[in-house]
Design a binder for this molecule. Structure first.
Ligand SMILES: CC(C)[C@H](Cc1cn(Cc2ccc(C(=O)O)cc2)nn1)C(=O)N[C@@H](CCCCN)C(=O)O
Ligand SMILES: [Ca+2]
Ligand SMILES: [Zn+2]
Length: 308
């Protein structure tokens, strides 16, 4: 049989049924989405694999009838589905064709290890654990988690923010900020897959970083050697600045466009918090002019977190 693009159905981590794009090869369906490529001849292919509980080899997640409704397929369904949504956002809203800007194939691996409470960008692909069932459920079940991980790849191709200290906290924060633009219903990160037994909690809060032990002002910057200089802690400060700005101008979309432009055009691997303020101001001036109300709102957003 030839390889076709087939709209299949799948049940996600939270039991929700959704349409997924699959490929039919030799009578089996594969989690391979060629729909982006079919229509633009340049969009990326999205491929989703399973580690089957291991940590080294990945395997195809095939299905016989293109209805991925088995419980052990749920993590793969969502990794595949949300990777497509993140691709679509970067392509249609920001004009970026995949994480490299040139249509590189997007690869995800689910069911990583056993009871693994985390998700990460491995340098060439996304990797998702299934969680232990009480701290986390399968982490690909959250749109913001997938957007966070894929944005690490965008950052690596663009500013290349070094993953330590202030540049590392910015690397983290840019992933949370773009995740909050795409998963725009709240200002939380990871809420859909964190502590299924507790409602309303999350890994991080952009609007109130302190709710989960993060600083929201330079006065509370944490100098530490752990976690590469506290990159998941000090990200609270630029996260709060993003929240301040997006709410002040009333648009996550515009704030996200400025943040993306700063990452692509004005930030470098060693950019620190003051440098991020300058870069976002430069991006605002380039996009909307330095006399725009966004420019002044942005200065206020950064000064309110102690970055001037
Ligand atoms: C995207 C986000 C939802 C994800 C979540 C996450 C998971 N963990 C581990 C973890 C495990 C247990 C708890 C607990 O409360 O008991 C909290 C956190 N820490 N962060 C995350 O932030 N992952 C890191 C993984 C970094 C790996 C090293 N580069 C990242 O992508 O930056
Ligand atoms: Ca969220
Ligand atoms: Zn991260």
């Amino acid at each position: 049989a030839t390889n076709h693009v087939h709209a299949g159905t799948g049940t996600g981590v939270l039991g929700d049924v959704k349409t997924i794009q699959t490929t039919l090869t030799s009578g089996q369906y594969y989690l391979e989405d060629r729909s982006k490529y079919m229509y633009t001849q340049k969009g990326s292919t999205i491929k989703t694999y399973t580690f089957n509980g291991g940590t080294s080899s990945q395997y195809y997640m095939t299905d016989a009838d293109n209805n991925y409704n088995a419980s052990n397929q749920r993590a793969g369904v969502d990794a595949h589905y949300y990777a497509g949504k993140v691709y679509d956002y970067y392509y249609s809203s920001l004009g970026r064709n995949s994480y490299d800007g040139a249509g590189k194939t997007i690869i995800s691996g689910v069911n990583y290890s056993s009871r693994y409470n985390n998700a990460f960008w491995e340098g060439t692909q996304m990797v998702y654990g299934d969680g232990d069932g009480s701290t986390f459920i399968a982490l690909s079940g959250a749109y913001d988690v997938v957007a966070h991980e894929l944005t690490h790849a965008v950052t690596e191709y663009e500013s290349g923010l070094i993953y330590q200290n202030q540049s590392g906290a910015l690397n983290e924060s840019w992933s949370d900020a773009m995740a909050s633009v795409m998963d725009s219903g709240d200002w939380l990160i990871g809420e859909d897959v964190y502590t299924p037994g507790v409602s309303g909690d999350a890994l991080r809060s952009m609007s109130n970083p302190a709710a989960y032990g993060q600083p929201a002002h330079m006065n509370s910057y944490v100098n530490t050697s752990s976690d590469n200089g506290g990159v998941h802690t000090n990200s609270g400060i630029p996260n709060k600045a993003f929240y301040n700005f997006a709410t002040a101008i009333g648009s996550r979309t515009i704030a996200g466009k400025i943040w993306y432009t700063a990452n692509r055009d004005y930030m470098t691997s060693s950019t620190n918090f003051a440098g991020a303020r300058a870069a976002t101001l430069q991006a605002t001036a380039a996009l909307y002019g330095s006399t725009s109300s966004y420019y002044t709102a942005l200065k206020t957003a950064w000064s309110n977190v102690g970055v001037n």
